[in-house]
Design a protein around this ligand. Structure first.
Ligand SMILES: [Zn+2]
Length: 209
């Protein structure tokens, strides 16, 4: 049984490496417990789920690394730049130890650990890939996304975490893109029912999905 789990895990790593090459860093797998291992494998599955041409486009646009492993994002942060830093938008006492995954726009890294309690629902790696796309390919400022988020009637239909402070708010718009991308990769019909056909079709066209 354990051997099967290990060979499945090894096959996933090989597939993810075929996508990302030396930009992929998977750490601490030998010490991960079975729960952590399942989350790491889910992260790897999602990396493999992203079309190869899109991964190539991200890498060519500057994606510098994808760090996956057991623990918090602080433990996976090889530059230690997250130490002592307060995550923007989180409660005042929060640290990056509380953040399950992130896209760092300065280092151009995606980092995903195993501290999230509802990883299966959230699918953080896909969400963070959405942020990377927003930054590196410029989708965050695309006119279609801006106009849609700024449309008050559409904005009112959105869940609070992608609204931001007001219709057209830049932070809310970035979250909308990240959520839309995650849902589109997982299931196109779900993306349409959550975010609408217009934005989903726009994303398909932009990313050639
Ligand atoms: Zn986000």
């Amino acid at each position: 049984m354990a051997e099967d789990v290990d060979s499945y895990h090894s096959a996933l790593i090989a597939s993810a490496l075929a996508r990302l090459g030396d930009r992929l860093h998977v750490s601490d797998c030998e010490v991960a417990n079975i729960h952590e291992r399942a989350i790491i494998d889910l992260h790897l599955t999602d990396i493999v789920r992203i079309p190869r041409h899109l991964t190539d486009r991200l890498v060519n646009s500057g994606l510098a690394g994808v760090y996956i492993g057991a623990g918090s994002v602080i433990e996976l942060d090889n530059l230690r730049f997250l130490d002592e830093v307060h995550p923007v938008g989180w409660r005042p006492t929060a640290t990056y130890a509380d953040v399950p995954a992130l896209y760092d726009r300065n280092q151009k890294y995606i980092v995903a650990g195993t501290t999230m309690s509802n990883a299966v629902v959230r699918r953080d790696v896909l969400h963070e890939y959405g942020h990377a796309l927003g930054r590196l390919i410029g989708l965050n400022t695309a006119s279609e996304l801006r106009e849609r988020h700024a449309d008050a009637n559409y904005w009112m239909t959105l869940p609070p975490y992608v609204r931001g402070q007001y219709a057209g708010d830049e932070g809310g718009r970035r979250e909308l893109l990240a959520e839309l991308f995650r849902d589109r990769i997982l299931n196109r019909n779900d993306a349409i029912s959550r975010w609408g056909l217009r934005l989903t079709a726009w994303l398909d066209q932009e990313l050639r999905l």
